[in-house]
Design a protein around this ligand. Structure first.
Ligand code: NAP
Length: 309
């Protein structure tokens, strides 16, 4: 069984994901020291107030010195710059990983900077919320959620086992994929849903015939479910779109074709086609619940809100 305890962990980026990892490491006693690093003094101060680590610095280079495990949790577009900043200061034998939502681009940005003797293992926990910043994190975020690793051809097996064991200690289920496949899968299960949500909420916001107050007032009819996704961090999602461009465009092309089919069925009154599709999609929802990836309650505590007069 791989050793899940690290002497010194450096967390580069302490937003929703970084701070959730910090909280879990503390709660589970997985490290002797947690060095917290973030670029802005404001976020660093907040992390210190929340007591997320044992040392605090705005210098990523300083943070990684002597660290056995380095976890980079910044927007994917910033991974190359961070890798460049930390490269010369990494401890030989250290494990460096990330949590970025795209993998091929992060690998292309970070790998060239990684010195020999350092184990760079790209990762992506499929867990999160629409909130950001150190206050948004919480213990148990990764419980029961998948963490996908996209190891490089020369990844050290022992380091990978150790990192997997660490994420399993955080409650994750671990999986491996090649980076391109990861990016395709995530394009459909995560990136497209967010883009569709951003688009529909933007459309509603632009409509002139329905006033904004009506959109808000009657939102419980379905619209509000899209607004949760559309409230996600703009920087993070700008970067995801720019850094998984090919897979997203491929999925968007498929989506547009299928939407045209639906549009045609509505126009020509083809009720059977509509019914067949809606029955198929309802079965997908059932499978997600059976797989333990959601619960069959109306939704996230809104039940009580709906009961209010
Ligand atoms: P977040 O809450 O917005 O926190 C971002 C962190 O990155 C902050 O510490 C921020 O520092 C720092 N940062 C922002 N821009 C930077 C830059 N240009 N250079 C260096 N540092 C920068 O973000 P998050 O939700 O934790 O996401 C972090 C990573 O996790 C992203 O790669 C995202 O794709 C991935 N991810 C997110 C989710 C999710 O649901 N949110 C799920 C899985 C994976 P300052 O505050 O000091 O500026």
């Amino acid at each position: 069984m791989a050793d899940v305890h690290f002497d010194r962990v450096a967390l580069i980026g302490i937003g929703l994901i970084g701070s959730s990892i910090a909280r879990d490491i503390k709660a589970l006693g997985l490290a002797n020291e947690i060095v917290v690093s973030t670029r802005s003094p404001e976020t660093l101060k907040r992390a210190e107030e929340l007591q997320l680590g044992s040392h605090y610095t705005t210098s990523a280079a300083e943070a990684v010195q002597g660290a056995d495990l380095v976890i980079v949790s910044v927007p994917v577009g910033a991974s190359g710059t961070v890798a460049e900043q930390i490269a010369a200061h990494l401890k030989p034998g250290a494990i460096v990983t990330d949590v970025g939502s795209t993998k091929a681009s992060v690998i292309a940005q970070m790998t060239p900077h990684m010195p020999p003797g350092v184990h760079f293992i790209p990762g992506h926990p499929l867990a999160g919320t629409e909130k950001s910043g150190p206050d948004a994190g919480f213990t148990g975020l990764f419980q029961g959620r998948w963490c996908i690793f996209t190891p490089l051809p020369d990844t050290d097996g022992e380091a990978l086992s150790r990192l997997k064991a660490f994420w399993e200690a955080l409650g994750s289920r671990v999986d491996e994929m090649d980076p391109e496949h990861h990016d395709k899968v995530l394009a459909i299960v995560s990136h497209l849903p967010h883009i569709i949500a951003y688009n529909i909420v933007g459309t509603a916001d632009d409509l002139e015939t329905v006033t904004e107050s009506e959109v808000i007032k009657y939102s419980a009819s379905g619209f509000r479910d899209f607004t949760r996704l559309a409230a996600s961090d703009p920087t993070m999602w700008r970067d995801v779109c720019l850094h998984n461009k090919d897979a997203i465009l491929e999925m968007l092309a498929r989506f547009s074709e299928d939407l045209a089919y639906l549009q045609r069925a509505i126009r020509w009154g083809e009720g059977d086609k509509l019914f067949d599709l809606f029955a198929r999609t309802r079965a997908v929802r059932r499978s997600i619940i059976e797989a333990g990836q959601d619960v069959d309650t109306p939704d996230f505590g809104r039940h009580s809100l709906d009961k209010k007069p």
